[in-house]
Design a protein. Structure first.
Length: 643
């Protein structure tokens, strides 16, 4: 330790001394090679004076070109290029000075050329030897660590090699890299960063057992979801932890670091390519505009706010009923986008005075309507409130947008609005019908986006599963055959933004969500990704479909059909003509029954407005006995239909 501190304090002295030795040695060796080691005695005086001339010339040039200030342990290709430049300049200057001072007497030209080459090789050699010793025998002070995990890297490309280099050098990383796995046949048995390519992905199980691997890291940032799923499936039988390096788009500036490695999550396994947005088209209708987002504190609403803020609107108005989520998204946006005017507003979309007051004061030009009641079983038990929020609230907002001449109104809908079997889906379908009908008589462009379940949203299945896993299980799945369409929150928001840019009014935009996924399979994958075995470490139990749920969801109604758009992932559902006047009358009657808590009347008008509404066999049967008495009391009885 004393020697290390001493060398550090006198580092420049060590550097100058070593370079002086190298300059002297290279010149002497050049003469020795020129004369086959037997140097004639008449050359000695010239050699002595030439060394005295070479040392200050080369040292000055090395210093000027930065070859005396780098750390030898970090030498890389840019350093070699700089050393080559310094030696070339030094040799040219030395030849010129020799010609002037000594008139090249007793100085063979081949000696000066050999001197330049040898000096370059010696300097590079010393640096690489220093780096090799530091990395392989004294790796940044990393000593023997009983807690080190044996790691196998999947991917021997640039990202994998950068990870390997950092694992070797960084003392805070408790990894012992055993080697690479790569399917490229040209990399078979190759060695990168001192580590061997041990085999291909199909050999993962064998390699894990052979090298006692504790953790597998997928270091292929360009891998698609399908490729990642394939790798993870091969890793599942190994019973070791699996982590992943984020995709290229998530790695800022292309810089790869061990610190970016994270656990594989279900978003990585969706198997869909990232959505390519028409950034210019989106900017054209958001940049410099006053934008209002309802439900701004929710999963979709908050992500809408984040992405909209990135397009530099003139003003971003956050309309939210919950104080805490509104405060959270406001603070996040203020920190991330300090130059954008953020207007947080607490209010209820069911309050006409509040809604009209906001539109009158803020004069939004674009509205994204993400506020809604979305939990199916909850809305089955509260049908009047579902109608009041999802139908009445949407109507109030749409009417205000029409009255205040908003340019574009984008409504967030759901696949549960297609042939609905529950109250929530039916109310969202009525909201779709209303904005489509209003679009025909308004200067505002009303468009709708319809998509499936969102991974990671508040109250969705994934957070519920994670909480159950943290408690040791079991995971509860309604039915082994239940399937759903899934997308990530950023994907959902990108669809909404792109639809808003494309919509001319009246369209329902659908997203290519790939194939539906069984919830049972999601549960099994999440258990494995958490390091457990399904049905052994953590069990899965089936509870039966909840009120209003169905086994599968759809994105299209009969008779809607689709029309392609210029975006390969987005299509338009053909709209169904609805009379605005009749719809308005029926909705008014529906809202009247909801206000009076006349549940049979609510259900009756839901059927009238949405004929395809067919309550699921397991839906709630609602019996409402409204008894007027001196106390004006009411009684609501809710039972399962199949009880």
């Amino acid at each position: 330790m004393f020697l290390k501190d001493l060398l550090f304090r006198h580092r420049l002295s060590v550097v100058f001394f070593s370079k002086t030795v190298i300059i002297t040695s290279s010149l002497l060796l050049a003469y020795g090679l020129r004369f086959d080691i037997s140097i004639p005695s008449n050359y000695f005086p010239t050699i002595f004076y030439l060394i005295l001339l070479a040392i200050p010339i080369k040292m000055a040039i090395f210093w000027q070109l930065g070859c005396c200030r780098g750390w030898w342990r970090y030498v890389a290709m840019p350093d070699l290029i700089q050393i080559a430049k310094a030696n070339l300049v030094g040799s040219v200057v030395l030849i010129g000075a020799s010609a002037v001072i000594f008139r090249m007497e007793n100085i063979p030209r081949s000696v000066l050329i050999l001197d330049g080459l040898l000096c370059f090789l010696f300097i590079c050699g010393v640096r690489f030897i220093t780096r090799a010793v530091r990395e392989h025998y004294f790796p940044m002070g990393k000593g023997f660590d009983l807690k080190q995990s044996n790691v196998l890297l999947v991917g021997a490309g640039d990202a994998g090699q950068m990870i390997a280099r950092e694992i070797r050098q960084n003392p805070t990383i408790h990894y012992n890299l055993v080697g690479f796995v790569d399917d490229d046949p040209y990399k078979k048995k190759a060695v990168f960063q001192g580590y061997k390519v041990l085999g291909q992905q199909d050999q993962l199980s064998e390699l894990v057992d052979k090298f006692r691997v504790d953790e597998i890291i997928i270091a292929i940032p360009s891998a698609s979801g399908k490729q990642i799923r394939s790798i993870v499936e091969k890793c599942q039988h190994t019973c070791v932890r699996v982590k992943i390096l984020p995709g290229v788009g998530d790695i800022i500036g292309g810089k790869v670091s061990v610190q970016q490695i994270r656990n594989v999550d279900l978003n990585d396994l969706l198997g869909r390519e990232p959505i390519k947005l028409d950034e210019l088209q989106i900017r054209n209708y958001l940049t410099g505009k006053r934008v209002l987002v309802t439900g701004a504190g929710g999963s979709i609403g908050s992500e809408l706010c984040r992405q909209i803020a990135g397009y530099n609107p003139d003003k971003l108005i956050l309309f939210e009923n919950g104080e805490t989520p509104l405060f959270a998204i406001e603070q996040e946006l203020l920190n991330s986008f300090p130059d954008i005017s953020i207007i947080p507003i607490i209010g209820d979309i069911r309050n006409p005075a509040r809604v009209n007051g906001i539109f009158d004061e803020q004069m939004p030009q674009v509205v994204f309507h993400a506020a809604a009641y979305k939990h199916v079983p909850m809305m089955e038990r509260n049908p009047a409130e579902s109608v009041n929020n999802n139908v009445r609230g949407t109507r109030l907002l749409a009417d205000a947008a029409d009255h205040f001449k908003v340019e574009k109104f984008v409504m967030v809908s759901t696949d549960k609005a297609v042939r609905p079997t529950n109250i929530m889906g039916t109310t969202k379908r009525i909201a779709e019908l209303y904005v489509q009908a209003l679009n025909k008589r308004s200067k505002t462009n009303f468009v709708t986006t319809r998509f499936g379940n969102v991974l990671g949203s508040n109250g969705s299945v994934i957070p519920t599963f994670k909480e159950q896993i943290n408690k040791g299980g079991p995971l509860t799945v309604t039915d082994p055959e239940v399937t759903r369409f899934f997308m990530t929150i950023p994907e959902a928001v990108q669809l909404v933004l792109q639809a808003g840019s494309m919509g001319q009014g009246g369209e329902i935009y659908l997203f290519d969500m790939g194939s539906p996924v069984k919830i049972k399979h999601l549960a099994e994958e999440l258990i494995r990704l958490s390091g457990y075995k399904p049905y052994e470490d953590i069990d899965i139990v089936y509870t039966g479909l909840r009120p209003g749920e169905k086994l599968y969801e759809e994105l299209l109604l009969d008779g809607e059909g689709t029309v392609p758009t210029q975006h390969p992932k987005i299509c338009i559902a053909k709209s169904i003509d609805v009379s605005y006047e009749k719809l308005k009358v029926d909705i008014e009657a529906l809202l009247s029954h909801a206000k009076d808590l006349d549940i049979p009347g609510v259900v009756s008008y839901l059927h009238q407005l949405v004929p395809e509404y067919t309550p699921a066999q397991n839906s709630i049967k609602i019996e409402f006995d409204y008894k007027r008495s001196t106390a004006s009391s009411s009684h609501l009885s809710i039972v399962r239909a199949n009880d």
